[in-house]
Write a protein that binds this ligand. Structure first.
Ligand code: ATP
Length: 249
């Protein structure tokens, strides 16, 4: 179980400073959430960590090793990202078999069939789905394939960028429960971005509230029901979410 340490992360894109100075630690095996309004910089943190954005300064370390010092191969074997939109993240002309076998080929791993079958079973899909294409899958099934693709290289950490927000409400719970089960079974460390406090409440041990590229407050999940936030913005965000949940019940 590998910990993540983010220290003084700063990134400027064009003239805008997106993250001025972000620091937090995620324990090995912990599920840590980033929550905040749209544009607060949550996804940018994950994009910096996975080097989709490269121009950042500061330090991002996994189990003590800087992500910049890792080879691309090592990074892929250590952490994988699951994106919000399973429609966009799977190649429309690639079968599930092609999607899952490509990383195995690139990383020169053996036993392709057995690894692919085991990844599909892990995400609750039948093995004959290997010969399906994305258009033959529901949204929830596509997200399961995207998660299977993330699992296939047996990483230690999953970066989850709004993994359920593009799905129907009924399917969201299925995918969240799948992610909870996988973490219990495999001991993953999760860093999950969400704008939905209910998702954070369901999944996370601790979470950071972000606003304008900064971390306002870091709280344990237990602080949610009685809204124990100390900082006014975090308190307001939690209060608004709790009020909304009560209204829609
Ligand atoms: N490639 C880019 N170039 C310039 N600005 C960008 C780029 N990507 C993101 N931004 C800006 O960075 C800020 C943070 O974006 P980010 O996607 O991290 O927010 P977020 O909190 O994840 O929002 P959302 O919940 O809407 O996904 C936003 O103001 C956004 O416009």
């Amino acid at each position: 179980m590998k910990p993540v340490s983010i220290d003084k992360l700063r990134i400027q894109l064009g003239s805008a400073v997106i993250l001025p100075d972000v620091s937090f630690e995620v324990n090995g095996g912990e599920c840590f959430g980033l929550i905040g309004e749209s544009g607060s910089g949550k996804s940018t943190v994950l994009r910096c960590m996975s080097l989709l954005f490269n121009s950042w300064s500061g330090d991002i370390r996994i189990d003590g090793t800087s992500v910049r010092e890792m080879s691309a191969f090592e990074r892929c074997r250590t952490f994988q990202m699951v994106f919000q939109d399973p429609y966009g993240s799977l190649h429309p002309r690639h079968s599930v078999r092609t999607t899952l076998s490509e990383p195995l080929k690139i990383h020169k791993l053996d036993n392709h069939q057995q690894r692919m079958e085991s990844a599909l079973t892990d995400v609750g899909l039948p093995v004959d789905f290997l010969d399906r294409y994305p258009h033959q899958l529901s949204g929830g099934q596509r997200q399961r394939v995207a998660i299977a693709r993330a699992l296939i290289l047996e990483p230690d950490i999953l970066l989850l960028d709004e993994p359920t927000s593009a799905l129907d409400v009924s399917v969201q719970a299925e995918i969240l429960n799948l992610l909870v089960r996988l973490r219990e079974e495999k001991g993953f460390t999760y860093l999950i971005v969400s704008h939905d406090l209910a998702v954070v409440d369901h999944m996370c041990d601790r979470f950071a509230v972000m606003q304008g590229g900064k971390i306002v407050e870091i709280l344990p999940r237990e602080a949610i029901p009685d809204n124990q936030a100390a900082m006014p913005y975090a308190k307001e965000l939690i209060a608004a979410s709790l009020k909304y949940e009560r209204t829609v019940e």
